[in-house]
Structure formats: C-alpha cells, structure tokens
Ligand binder design. Sequence first.
Ligand code: 3HC
Length: 330
Amino acid sequence: MATQDSDHHAVANADGDETAAAGQAYFDKIIAADSRIEPPDWMPDGYRKTLIRQISQHAHSEVIGMQPEGNWIGRAPSLKRKAILMAKVQDEAGHGLYLYSAAETLGIPRDVLNDQLIAGKARYSSIFNYPARSWADMGAIGWLVDGAAICNQVPLCRASFGPYGRAMVRVCKEESFHQRQGFEILLELANGTPAQKQMAQDAVDGLYAPALMMFGPPDSDSAHSSQSMAWNIKRFSNDELRQRFVGMIVEQVKVLGLTLPDDDIRFNEETGKWEYGELDWDEFNEVLAGRGPCNAQRLTRRREAHENGAWVREAATAYAAEKAKREQVA
Ligand code: 3HC
C-alpha cells in the first residue's frame, strides 16, 4: 500500500504490490494447471505457513516414530527379524531428513524445527503416543500404521509443492516395504500356535482405532483440509482417506485369518463408501493435548537423544570451521 508522506516508499510499495500481484497471478495459474510451485517461486504466506506446518509435523512423526520400534530391536525374535527392523527404523530417520530438507527450502532452519519439537511445542502423529507392547505390535505397526501412512501419502506425491511431492515418492516406496514386513510378521504369528495367533489378534485390536485416527479429525472438525485441498497440497479429505483405508484392510485381514475390532464395517452401496464404527475422538483430543499413554516418554527420549548427540554437532561444527579456514589459506 502506498504511503502519502514518502515518494520513495510509495514507489517501493507500489513495486511490492505489483510484484505480489504478479506473483499471485503466477501462483494461481500454476495451481489451476495442477502444476508445481518450487522454492524460489512467489507463494502466498498462508501457503508457505501451512506447508511448513504439515511438512514439519510429518518430519517430527518420522523421527518420534522410530521409538516404539527402536525399543524392539534388541528383542527381535531372530537375527533376520532384527536386521529387517533395524533397516526399517533407519528408513524412518531418512524420511525425517528428506522432510526437514523440504521444510528448509521454505525458509525455516532445521534446528528451529528441532527446538520446537524438543520444547514440546510441535505436533507429531498421535499414533506414536501409544505403546508397542509385544512383538506382534511390530507386525501391526507395519501393517496398519505404515499402511495408513501409505494410504495418506501416495496422494501427497502429487502435492503442488515440488520438494514435498518428490520426497513423498521415495518415502512411499520405502513405506511399502515396511507394510509388507509388518503383514508378514502378523501372517506368521497368525499361522503359529494359538498363543501366537492371540498375540497377533491383540495387536490388531489395540492399534486399529489409533491407526484410523492417523488420518486426522473428521472432516467437520478439520480446520485446514479445505484450504489445503484448494492449494493441491492435500488431494483427499481426512474421512475420504480413512474410508479408503478401511476398504483396504477389511480384505487384507481375511488373508491373515484375523478380525478387525469393529462390527460396524460395511460397504454402503448407495454412497459407494466404506462405513465403520464411531471412533473415540475424545481420546484423540487427549493424545493431541499431550495426555496420551506415551507422550511424556516420547519427548523425554527425544530430548535425551538430542543431548547425547551434542558432541556430534560440536565435532561437525569444529570440522566445518577448520575446513573453511584451510580453504581460505589455500
Ligand atoms: N496426530 C496429531 N495431530 C493431528 C493428527 C494426528 N493424527 N491429525 C490431525 N492433527 C492435527 C493437525 O496437525 C492440526 O493441528 P494444527 O492446526 O495445530 O497444525 C489439527 O489436528 C487439525 O487437523 P486438520 O485435519 O485440519 O489438519 P491437516 O489438514 O494438516 O490434516 C493430516 C492432518 C492428515 C495428518 C495432514 O497433515 C497430513 O496428511 N500430513 C502428512 C502426513 C503425516 O504427517 N503423517 C504422519 C504419519 S506417521 C508417518 O508417516 C511415519 C511412518 O513411518 C508411519
């Protein structure tokens, strides 16, 4: 907006307005063409803000998500299972790194995001505030949690922000391996002794509802969905994806010879949608408010891991400074 008391400001601000108007026109054209916005492009503040919010929450989820499974590496039932689980947990760390890098292209440094997580001011997925109580939970996490993540993230490969969409392509490939290894753990247990089959069933019973909640609150309570869909960040609403996921697992559970703990699942021929029983949204809100079964433990462990890694950061900083000094001399 031009000011009256300074010609200089008037020109500068008029230029700024023109630049913003041209930027907005370009942005609108790219979104309408279902094409991609790249980091140097002009983008509305709200678009940048919502991407930083979603991508950083996603990155934090990957990092915190290493804990429930990391706890089982030392207790895996065989060397083969241990090697697979270690590879999976390492993949999650990699996903966190791609995503923090994507967020950094929006102008927010990784250490700021990390500080927010450690201070308990950042969100991460509700699912990781539930305990992993048995080896069968490793199976149910892979099948249901990584399965829900894939269902949610395959459409994100087409997100309008280039670095996010591209990161998602690789993440989804790795998540597919994670889901299969989880399914295979459950299949083996379900075909084992009665006690093993019961352990697999208990794991599915415990993680089914929390996995469905990963898709976020019902559409009627989803603050960001409609704007994110208009910007081609999200392609489907929370409920649409949740329904799609229920349709997938209701068939897969038959192959396992197990059941889902929900008698209300059915396909509604009229709406063409899967229906399922009411989820406990009070529980979801409690977990989001920091009062889930493992919220405090997850943050404590993350803080400890950060503190234990201080020497690595100090060594890397000292090495970079020394290298820069040598390059200056040379
Ligand atoms: N856990 C924690 N917070 C959640 C949540 C969940 N399951 N679902 C929604 N929320 C939060 C939102 O972040 C938002 O909070 P904010 O306003 O403080 O940022 C609030 O609840 C309202 O929800 P909305 O539906 O309006 O939010 P979104 O439109 O952002 O939709 C989402 C939520 C579907 C999770 C979306 O952000 C998304 O698709 N994110 C990318 C995927 C992701 O983050 N996945 C994490 C899963 S774990 C994972 O991938 C690891 C793998 O190894 C399994």
